[in-house]
Every structure is written in structure tokens, then in C-alpha cells.
Design a protein around this ligand. Structure first.
Ligand code: HAM
Length: 417
């Protein structure tokens, strides 16, 4: 029996790649002063189906069912509603702005396509309690640095910026009513995917034409984006951003800045996406807590594919994998009569925190050295006729020393290898 389509089985080498991605994300989050939080994987269905939540598209992708207690529940397709609920209920406990990040698994019943799975991991970074465009810029900078941390440069990827506020003003000018706006944005979100005739028909039914929409998209940069762009340019990140008003984002709750990260050749799906959602916390708390918020989500699937395609990013990944695979010591039992002493030494090395491996069954010394190479051990420790001393070989230089076994751990730790 196979795993379900869209769900991954990760073998150790793939899990290691993924853990390099997650630990790199965590390092960047630390640099930006964000704190980690987490939430439930299973949520009440209502969190996603209520008005002003994510909207129709994500609702149609839910894994939903009735649990044993007759409750309607859903596997989380995204973090933002959970975060908004958590923020609303403990808002008073935290100084503003709250700068929080989470790394977790998400589930969407997506159509099968490259870069899209049905279970994936997302880094979510959000800043709550600050409505200033400086907060928007901070989150875009964070997304850029989360990409740069993998060796990716402005030649490899771009962040496309747009603004729902600018869209709202444009639509208002065309006589579109507030409650029609989400419908128009949903059509606009498919500008690159739907055929022009289909788009024209859908837009006409809303009282708009494709030409009007295209004129807006090709028009001047909206004023709302100016402070964000100036901020990012001052940081030296101007090369990473472009204005692209065709970005509207599929999720309904965005109210201001919206942005997506793409590979420059645009052969892959979006690597990350986010924006400002000033009404979500208030909506979820029935108006009790009003917290402006901005954030983004970055997935591990497209990013992993992208890294593998960009030679300098893949080279950096290989270095990190090699580093992660390195172990400290491989103990070689050169004389089977000394196996019990070897076990004693191994336990002592592990107790002192050194990663230590060895062969459980007797084998030739040459074979054990090969195993030490494969384990990427920094040192081989040979237990044999020299006992109570042991022979230590630095694997990289082949330099040998003899050390009393009782001093072995300290001696190894004092070596700069
Ligand atoms: P999203 O655009 O739906 O935004 O997802 C963000 C990223 O998650 C995407 O750019 C993609 O890398 C990854 N992703 C989404 N769906 C899949 C999938 N089926 N398979 C693989 N990767 C996927 C959100 O989820 C918002 N909640 C982000 C946000 C946080 N906005 C504000 N704060």
C-alpha cells in the first residue's frame, strides 16, 4: 500500500534536508527578534468557514470531518486564523508589537501540481499591534532574508508588492460596492491562469472590463506602497522588490499590503505570500480586540525544489548537510578481547556529549576505518593492545596520538579539528 497522493514519506536524507531548511528559518527569526509559538493541527471548522476568514478558495480545500463527539472539525490549512484567535485571547499579556513565528504542518486538498502537496510545512511570521508601514516593510525584509539565508540572491528571486487598499480605491472609483470587492479580487487573483474571454465575462458581470483592470495594473505605483519601498530601499533591499498590482492574493482577509515571493524565471509557484490583515483579529473576537497585523507564510516544498535548481544555493545546502552529518568519534575495536573496555570508553564519550559510533559485530580494522569515514567522524579511537591507553587518529590529517582512556573525552574536546 502506498502513502496517499500529496503526502510525503521523508527518508533520513530528505528529513535532514528539511531540518536544514527549518533550522535556517529559525536562525533568521532569531535575527529579527521573533518568538516561536504553536497551535493545534485540528481546529473547529467554523474557524475557517466564518465570514471574513480565508474565503471560498481555502474553504474548498479543507480536510474536514465530524469527530467522535459529533463536532465539525478541519485540519488546519493555514496558521493565520489560529494566530488571530490566540492573539485576541491573550492580547493584554504581551507588549506590542507582538513578533511571533511558527513552523508547522498544514493540510490542503489541492489539485496535484508541481510544488503543491496536500501536507506541507510553512514558516509563518506575523507582527501584531502595529499599523505602521514600517511594520509591513519589516515583514518583507524578513521574507527576503529568509530566502537570502539559503544563498539565494536578487538574481534568483523577487518579491512582488501590491496593495489591497489601492485595489479598493480603484474599484470604488469604478462604482463597485464594498461587498462586491471580494468577488472582483477573486477574479483578479486568476488573471494569469484564466483565459481572457473567461476573465472578460466574469468582470463584465461585475460591471468592469478587462481593459480597465489591466490599465490599473499597469498604472503608477500606488501611494500606499511608497513608504514601504523607501524603507526597503534604505536597507539596501531595493533590488529584491518590484511593484506588481496583479498580485491580489487568494485569501480574503487582507486589507493593505499584499506580497508574494517568486523565482525570477517564474517557472515555480509562489515561494511565500503574505500581507496586512487589520480586521481578522477583531472579526474573530467579535470586535472585542482590535489588533492590526501583518505577516507572511513560506512553504518548504517550493523552496526545497528551488534550492535544488539553483547551483550556488544547492552547493551551500550540500555544505550544511555535510556539516550536519559530521560525527565526533568512531571507536574501532582492534582487539576483540578489549570489546568490554571499548564499550566502557564509548559510554564515557557519549556521556561527555560527543557523538560516538562503532561496529556492534567483530570486523576487520580496515573495514572499521571505512565505517569511520562513512560516519564522517572527526576522530577514530582505536581500542587495542595499547590499553589502558588508546590510539587516536585525526581523520582529516591522519595524525596519530596515544592518550590514556580516562582522559580521552577531555583530550578530544581540547583538539581544534
Ligand atoms: P498562502 O499564500 O496560502 O498564504 O501560503 C503561503 C505559502 O505556503 C505559499 O507561497 C507556498 O509556498 C506554501 N503553500 C501553500 N499551499 C501549499 C501547498 N498545497 N503545498 C505546498 N506549499 C504550499 C497563507 O497561508 C497565509 N496564511 C500566510 C500569511 C501569514 N499571511 C499572513 N500571515
Amino acid at each position: 500500500m502506498k502513502a496517499l497522493a500529496g503526502f510525503r514519506e521523508l527518508y533520513p536524507e530528505e528529513t535532514l534536508r528539511r531540518s536544514v531548511i527549518l533550522s535556517t528559518w529559525r536562525q533568521v527569526a532569531k535575527r529579527y527578534g521573533f518568538e516561536e509559538y504553536d497551535g493545534p493541527t485540528l481546529e473547529p471548522l467554523e474557524l475557517y468557514s466564518r465570514k471574513n476568514a480565508g474565503g471560498e478558495e481555502i474553504l474548498g480545500q479543507l480536510y474536514r470531518f465530524e469527530d467522535g463527539g459529533g463536532r465539525q472539525v478541519a485540519l488546519r490549512p493555514e496558521m493565520t486564523p489560529t494566530l488571530a484567535r490566540m492573539a485576541a485571547s491573550r492580547e493584554k499579556h504581551y507588549r506590542k508589537p507582538m513578533k511571533w513565528f511558527a513552523i508547522g504542518n498544514f493540510f490542503r486538498f489541492e489539485r496535484q501540481q508541481r510544488g503543491r502537496l496536500r501536507e506541507f510545512i510553512q514558516l509563518n511570521c506575523d507582527l501584531l499591534g502595529d499599523a505602521d508601514p514600517g511594520a509591513d516593510a519589516e515583514l518583507v525584509a524578513f521574507a527576503i532574508d529568509a530566502m537570502r539565508a539559503f544563498g539565494l540572491s536578487a538574481e534568483d528571486f523577487v518579491v512582488r508588492l501590491s496593495h489591497r487598499g489601492a485595489w479598493a480605491s480603484f474599484l470604488k472609483g469604478k462604482g463597485i460596492s464594498d461587498d462586491q470587492v471580494p468577488g472582483v479580487l477573486q477574479i483578479a487573483d486568476k488573471l494569469e491562469r484564466d483565459a481572457p474571454e473567461v476573465l472578460e465575462e466574469k468582470l463584465q458581470s461585475m460591471g468592469l472590463s478587462l481593459r480597465e483592470v489591466k490599465e490599473f495594473i499597469q498604472g503608477p505605483t500606488p501611494l500606499e506602497l511608497h513608504p514601504i519601498m523607501t524603507n526597503l530601499t534604505s536597507r539596501g533591499l531595493g533590488d529584491f522588490i518590484e511593484v506588481d498590482l496583479s498580485i491580489v492574493r487568494g485569501l480574503a482577509y487582507y486589507t493593505g499590503l499584499v506580497f508574494e515571493v517568486f523565482d525570477r524565471s517564474k517557472t515555480l509557484r509562489a515561494l511565500a505570500g503574505g500581507g496586512r490583515y487589520d480586521g481578522l483579529v477583531s472579526g474573530l473576537s467579535e470586535g472585542a480586540v482590535d489588533l492590526p497585523a501583518v505577516g507572511f507564510g513560506m512553504g518548504d516544498v517550493v523552496l526545497g525544489n528551488f534550492i535544488a535548481e539553483v547551483p550556488h544555493a544547492e552547493a551551500l545546502m550540500q555544505d550544511r548537510l555535510a556539516e550536519a552529518r559530521t560525527s565526533d568519534v568512531y571507536v574501532i575495536v582492534a582487539d576483540e578481547a578489549r570489546r568490554l573496555e571499548a564499550l566502557q570508553a564509548i559510554q564515557m564519550l557519549r556521556d561527555s556529549g560527543l557523538s560516538t559510533d562503532f561496529s556492534f559485530t567483530p570486523s576487520k580494522v580496515g573495514k572499521q576505518f571505512q565505517a569511520a569515514e562513512q560516519a564522517r567522524a572527526k576522530f577514530a579511537v582505536v581500542v587495542g593492545s595499547e590499553w589502558p591507553n588508546v590510539k587516536v587518529k585525526v581523520m582529516a590529517t591522519r595524525a596519530e596520538s596515544e592518550v590514556p582512556h580516562g582522559e580521552l573525552a577531555e583530550w578530544l574536546k581540547s583538539q581544534q579539528v
